[in-house]
Structure formats: C-alpha cells, structure tokens
Design a protein around this ligand. Structure first.
Ligand SMILES: C[S@@+](CC[C@H](N)C(=O)[O-])C[C@H]1O[C@@H](n2cnc3c(N)ncnc32)[C@H](O)[C@@H]1O
Length: 400
C-alpha cells in the first residue's frame, strides 16, 4: 500500500488514503472496502487474465541496448540546467527507457547515476545499462515513496546528491506495449499499473471501472482528467458493466465513445491541433488514479529535497497542469501536506493583496531557489520531432 500525502478528489476514498480523508469520505471508503472484500482475490487482475502480465526481463531484452526506447523530452535543456560536473552523483528518479541517463553519463567523466523506476521492465533496462557502464549506474526498483529507504539501503546519505531529474508520467515503452493497458489506440487488458506485477493486490484500471460507484468514477474523471463530461461518462461505464465487465482498453474507449454523438468522437483537439479521441481524458484520469501519481509526485519532491546537497539542482518535467501546479507550489515552499484537494483549485482564495503576502511568506520559507522563474516548454522543432513531449513543462530549482 502506498503512503499517503493527501491528494484525492472529493468523494473518492480508495486505496491511497490517509486517515484524514478516511474521516471525511468514510462512506465511499466503506463502499470501496466492501466491494474489494467481496471480490474474489484479483477479480479483474491476473487470475482471470483480464490484466496482462508480461515478463519484464523479456520485455526489456526485446529493446535494443544502444537505442533508447523512449525519446527523452527536452534533453538539451535538461543537460544545460543540470550542469553536471565530472565525478558528480546524479539521481534519475524516472529511468524509463534510460534516454536521459544515457545522455547524463556522456556529459562528464566519472559521473554516477542512481537510476530509479517503479516499472520492472525499466529496472531490467537499467540493469543492462549498468553492465555496459560498470560502476557508473546503480539501478533501483521502486516508487518515489520508497526512495528514501532505497537510498539508505545503498548508503546514500541525505544531502549528498549533486543533481536530480524527475521526468513524470509514463514512458513510450509503457504506452506502446498493448498488454500494459495504457494505450487508447491499442487493444489490451485494462491494466495501467506502472508497477506491473510487483504489488499483485493493488487494483488495476479494470478494478476501478468495474467496482466503483458512479459518483466515485465521476470524481476521478473530473479531478484527474479535468473531464467536463465526467458524469455522462461515469453513467455510460456503469450501464455498460451491467451487461459485461469492461476488461479491455478498446472496450472502455468504445463505452466512452458511446456516450457521445458520433460527430463528437474526434472533435477535441490536442495541443498540436490533431484530433484527440473523446476517451483520452478518461484514460489519463484512470492512469493517474491507479498509480497514485500525484501523491507519488509529492513524495518524490520531498525525497529530492532531502537528498540534494545545498546548491544541488533539481529538474522536474511534468505533462499536465495538475502535476505542474503541484511542482510549482512545492518549489515555492507552500505546505502541501494536508491539502487533500489542493491542486484541484487552480487559484488560491483571497484577495490579490492577501495572495501576494502569502506567496512572499512561502518564498521566505522555501528550500528552493528558482533557476528560472518561468516554466520552460519544448520548442516547435522538438514538438515536431517528438510529439509525445508536446505538453511537457520543465521547472528547475537550486536547493538552498
Ligand atoms: C516519462 S518516463 C521517463 C523517461 C526517461 N526520462 C527516458 O528518457 O527514457 C517516466 C518513468 O517514470 C516512472 N515512474 C513514474 N512514476 C514513478 C514513481 N512514482 N516512482 C518511480 N518511478 C516512476 C515510470 O514507470 C516511467 O518509466
């Protein structure tokens, strides 16, 4: 069970919960617990074959050793701002396909990289890379919320790391493997667990869509997908699962599409003005929820704060406004510890003057000095070369 840091949508009280939220949403929590305990173990997971489980080392070995299976986003900018010097210790908190790590290893001699990922396939890739660069790559398997322990297991002391990269979200490897269940366009089991089979009792996306009540589903879609039609989609899901469980990605896409007239199906546009499927935000919301991504991000930022040396650099890349808002406020020194709906309110309440006073107070208590106040986004050419990075936002700060 992951640790809790306080970011759940109203009315959703599930697996990643704190005692604080348990009190406020106890009814939904009870409903969920009742459902979970009444389900046969792993009802929508591996036992029934709904959610896939591929062998991570097999998956990793199908990836070429010298070619990164994920095009690293804003690589030039990351290398520039991390400003890595010879023999420094760098922590890549999101190894993924290893694109950033490979480049970091080349920037300066004798640099060592601690390479974390929660995905066993990414971990296997990091192990391959460690063999290619003896003594320079230390693969770590786990989540941000487990990182403090992982670092202490390998004798890394707090305040000893020179530079940290956190490139949030999921990797192309995860998106491209139909059996991982992240992709809307490839049919696969409705899984979406970044951890793969590491925690067999943790729910996958099929568990979520087949067991939660309509209100809880709508809350997830609103909070994590910023989906305006959340209630309509939640109702369509509940109707569809009465007929048969929703266990495949394309089945879910069809159910969501069925809630809209045909001409709306691709009426939404992404940032490149390309037609986006009407279920895109539903998939995003489920992925964030299943992987507890916002709590994990908050945990990751806290570990980074403790692990960096004074003057050490942190680069964080995010892919949607929920994440970026969290990073921005964290780096500003705001206390996010018990704000359960924190980033669901884009603006702080109060008058402009009050907000300025608040921000100034937060800045004084911040442990970070912003290297650039403004967020950095990919250039036009980068977006054309790597459309998946189109919504990336990079923030850089120095540890005070
Ligand atoms: C966008 S990819 C990183 C790509 C990588 N920078 C590269 O160049 O190949 C994000 C990776 O972070 C991992 N990840 C996401 N959340 C995590 C968490 N809470 N703890 C550890 N790893 C996480 C995912 O499994 C995924 O492999």
């Amino acid at each position: 069970m992951s640790s809790f840091h306080g970011f759940l949508p109203t009315g959703v009280m599930l697996f990643h919960s704190s005692p604080v939220i348990w009190k406020t949403h106890v009814a939904v929590w009870r409903a969920w617990r009742t459902l979970m305990t009444s389900l046969p173990s792993s009802a929508f997971r591996t036992s029934s074959g709904f959610c896939g489980s591929s062998d991570p080392s097999e998956e990793a070995s199908s990836v070429s050793a010298d070619k990164a299976p994920h095009t690293p986003v804003m690589l030039k900018e990351v290398l520039h701002y991390l400003d890595i010097q010879p023999a420094q210790v760098v922590l890549d908190m999101t190894f993924g396909g290893g694109g950033h790590t490979r480049a970091i290893l080349k920037t300066a001699p004798k640099v060592t990289v601690l390479a974390l990922d929660r995905d066993p396939t990414a971990f296997s890739l990091a192990q391959h890379l460690a063999k290619e660069h003896p003594g320079r790559v230390k693969p770590l398997l786990g989540r941000f919320s487990e990182l403090e322990t992982l670092l202490s297991n390998v004798n890394i002391k707090p305040g000893s790391i020179d530079a940290i990269l956190l490139d949030a979200g999921c990797s192309s490897m995860q998106m491209d493997q139909a059996e991982r269940g992240f992709s809307l366009s490839k049919d696969g089991p409705l899984d979406m667990r970044m951890d793969g089979e590491r925690y067999p009792d943790m729910p996958c996306a099929a568990d979520v869509v087949n067991t939660l009540d309509q209100q809880a589903l709508a809350s997830i879609l609103t909070a994590y997908g910023e989906e305006r039609h959340a209630r309509k989609i939640a109702s369509a899901i509940v109707e569809a699962r009465r007929v048969s469980p929703i266990t495949r990605t394309q089945q879910l896409a069809a159910v969501v599409a069925g809630a809209f007239p045909a001409f709306v199906l691709y009426a939404r546009k992404d940032r490149l003005q390309r037609p986006a499927h009407v279920a895109t935000k539903t998939f995003q919301a489920l992925r964030i929820f299943v992987n507890d991504e916002l709590n994990e991000l908050h945990a990751g930022l806290n570990v980074a704060q403790a692990a960096l040396k004074p003057g050490g650099r942190l680069c964080v890349i995010t892919f949607h406004s929920l994440e970026d808002r969290l990073v921005k406020r964290f780096l500003r020194g705001e206390d996010l510890s018990n704000l359960d709906q924190y980033h669901f309110s884009p603006k702080k309440q109060g008058s402009r003057k009050e907000r300025v006073v608040d921000e100034e107070r937060d800045c004084k208590s911040a442990c970070w000095f912003p290297v650039r106040r403004k967020v950095i986004t990919p250039g036009k050419n980068d977006v054309l070369e790597n459309p998946r990075g189109r919504s990336a936002k990079l923030r850089i700060a120095l540890r005070c």
